[in-house]
Design a protein around this ligand. Structure first.
Ligand SMILES: [Zn+2]
Ligand SMILES: [Zn+2]
Length: 234
């Protein structure tokens, strides 16, 4: 840690975004070491499709993916949606989370080996409708895509547009979520290299309806290698 940062920390201590305790010389900038250690990275057996930890489920894909019939064939989800994971994502998404940029990179670096399975992919952040992005001031999926690009290389290709300002998925059932995002996305470009690996990037994988709708747009335009990345599965 730079000397200036230590001095600033002395006069203006930072507080953990999860437990709210003051933090000194942490591994991450805004999460104390105790909370950082509570992050459960999905590095046991994971669903080959969405990347969630499989727990006691057998087979290579989870029950949800078996029902979803996704247009993507591979995915990584970084950590469990436990208390700390949820706090991190909620702060990133709803509390001007731009200050978490460096912490995001450090969390991805923690799982660099897992991420190295991708060979120069094109990262596509799941777009917000422009009205929602204007209100929030940023898109958290773009921040995650930038962190992925920083850690894994590849390119950021924001080629999708959300043409319908769909209501939040939070309180909807599985069926409603699917209907809510139906035809909500379109391709912004006339041509795309269909032989590239495209990784759709979002904050949370819940039922996968949004990511699958985005993947269906790519699939209709001839892309064969479609994958997904989410910070957590919840
Ligand atoms: Zn803490
Ligand atoms: Zn799955």
């Amino acid at each position: 840690m730079a000397i200036l940062e230590r001095v600033l920390d002395f006069f203006y201590p930072r507080f953990c975004i999860c437990c709210k305790h003051p933090i000194h010389l942490p591994t991450l900038g805004y999460l104390c070491d105790r909370c950082f250690k509570s992050i459960v990275f999905n590095n046991t057996t994971c669903c080959a499709c969405c990347g969630r930890a499989m727990g006691t489920q057998e087979g290579t894909i989870c029950q949800n993916c078996a029902e979803l019939k996704p247009y993507f064939h591979n995915g990584i989800s970084l950590f469990a949606f436990n208390e700390v994971g949820r706090h991190f994502i909620h702060t990133l998404k709803y509390h001007n989370g731009l200050f978490l940029k460096k912490d995001l990179q450090k969390l991805l670096l923690h799982e660099k080996e897992k991420l190295s399975q991708w060979d120069s992919p094109c990262f596509i952040p799941v777009p917000l409708h422009f009205m929602r992005q204007w209100k929030r001031g940023y898109n958290q999926s773009v921040m995650i895509a930038q962190a992925l690009h920083h850690v894994c290389g590849g390119k950021i290709t924001p080629i999708l547009k959300r043409k319908i300002n769909t209501p939040s998925q939070t309180s909807l059932t599985r069926k409603e979520r699917k209907l809510n995002v139906k035809d909500a996305f379109m391709l912004k470009v006339k041509t795309l290299d269909v032989n590239k690996t495209y990784v759709l990037v979002d904050d949370v994988f819940t039922t996968g309806a949004t990511l699958n709708e985005c993947a269906s747009v790519l699939q209709r335009h001839g892309v064969k290698d479609i994958r997904v990345f989410t910070l957590a599965h919840g």
